[in-house]
Design a protein around this ligand. Structure first.
Ligand SMILES: Cc1ncc(COP(=O)(O)O)c(C=O)c1O
Length: 377
């Protein structure tokens, strides 16, 4: 296999290539004004983000992880979650969804997946509910907009807050057309470079329509200061870097085009794999309106065979996630958790295929061809 024939799971340099002159100009602008912490770049990006998602408030933060942490700390400060209370979180997600809960002094309680789904549904959240549950942290995994109306009703009825982990889902929309992050009290974003809108380093944001909560999160990102050098409550250094905000201003206008390219790839894969589905060889992610396709993840008991075939053909793929969070030793301090059979099974069967915007149709068709050959055999 020649180098030229390799298909990357994700090639950031390729995606950024058309934007290099504008990124250089943004760097020059920052060098000219010399404000590298908060200031006009972060403010301008926050305004652009608000306009994009339709939220009343966007707070630039250092990462998706810090966005979740600052949000949960703020909710505890407001008394909407009590110290040590339980927060329901899927067992099939990136670890930061749950470690942020612990770091905020709360207890993650793992929720198993709904059958044949990448996320828990309202039935699963209800089944995992404990007497101390005061919050639900729902994850829009792989960029799929998780329907939340019935989860929101459940939370409301039981006096719990709903937080949306939108780290993988900027640009995803619910069936009513609104961006994700409006159903819960906060939508937490990540700008890790491989996300749909990636910075040239780490970054994140909290989106909210709640002015009081926004003010508390804003204070949290800067040591809890409400007035300079005066902190009434605990905070940290959770600030979005001004340089990253400048780069993100350049890249945000490209996001919808990137999402369209991701969607075209996902649709093409799903059409190509239809015979494999009929033969019972693979399960595909649902092609729903508003999906942001951060990952195109197939599910098959022949996962290892498929990954070997792809690797042999020079095609990148990845396992998200190889193990459920309930198996991670870090959470043993949180006490016994219920069994997570759907998550455990899912972890043995998932594989992410290349779906990034810079992927060419020829490369995508090659991925489909190798996948079909590996699974049809
Ligand atoms: C679902 C989810 N939550 C939270 C995070 C944390 O974001 P960050 O890496 O920006 O801290 C990620 C990042 O991969 C994620 O995928």
């Amino acid at each position: 296999m020649s180098e030229a024939a390799r298909v990357a799971l994700f090639d950031l340099a390729r995606v950024l290539a058309p934007h290099r002159p504008a990124l250089h100009a943004a760097l020059e602008r920052c060098l000219d004004h010399g404000t590298f912490v908060l200031g006009p770049e972060v403010q301008a990006f926050e305004r652009a983000l608000q306009a994009y998602t339709g939220h009343n408030h966007a707070i630039g933060l250092a990462s998706g992880t810090d966005s979740l942490l600052a949000t949960l700390m703020a909710l505890v400060q407001q008394g909407r979650i009590g110290a040590g209370d339980d927060v329901l979180v899927p067992s099939f997600t990136f670890i930061a969804s749950a470690t942020s809960i612990m770091r905020a002094g709360l207890r993650p309680v793992f929720v198993d997946l709904a059958p044949d789904a990448f996320t828990p549904d309202v039935v699963a959240f209800d089944a995992a509910w404990t007497p101390r549950t005061r919050a639900v942290l729902s994850v829009h995994l792989f960029g799929a907009p998780q329907p939340l109306a019935d989860v929101a009703v459940l939370c409301h009825a039981r006096g719990a807050v709903l937080v949306e982990d939108c780290a993988q889902a900027i640009g995803a929309r619910q069936t009513d057309g609104r961006h994700v992050g409006h159903t819960g009290v906060v939508g937490a974003l990540s700008f890790f470079p491989a996300k749909n809108l990636g910075a040239l380093g780490d970054g994140g944001a909290a989106l909210t329509d709640d002015a009081e909560l926004a003010a508390v999160i804003r204070a949290k990102r800067q040591h809890g200061f409400t007035v300079r050098y005066q902190a009434d409550h605990l905070g940290g250094n959770f600030r979005l870097d001004a340089l990253q905000a400048a780069f993100l201003q350049v890249l945000l206008p490209a996001l919808d085009g990137w999402l369209a390219a991701r969607t075209a790839h996902a649709q093409a894969y799903s059409a190509a794999f239809a015979p494999l589905v009929r033969a019972g060889r693979v399960q595909l992610p649902a092609v729903v309106p508003g999906h942001a396709w951060n990952q195109y993840v197939v599910r098959t008991p022949l996962r290892d065979r498929l990954q070997q075939a792809l690797t042999g053909a020079g095609i990148g793929s990845a396992i998200y996630y190889p193990s459920g969070l309930h198996t991670q030793p870090v959470f043993s301090a949180c006490g016994p958790q219920g069994p997570q059979p759907c998550t455990a099974q899912m972890c043995t069967e998932v594989l992410a295929l290349p779906v990034y915007p810079g992927l060419t149709a020829t490369e995508r068709d090659r991925v489909a061809e190798v996948t079909t050959a590996a699974l049809a055999a």
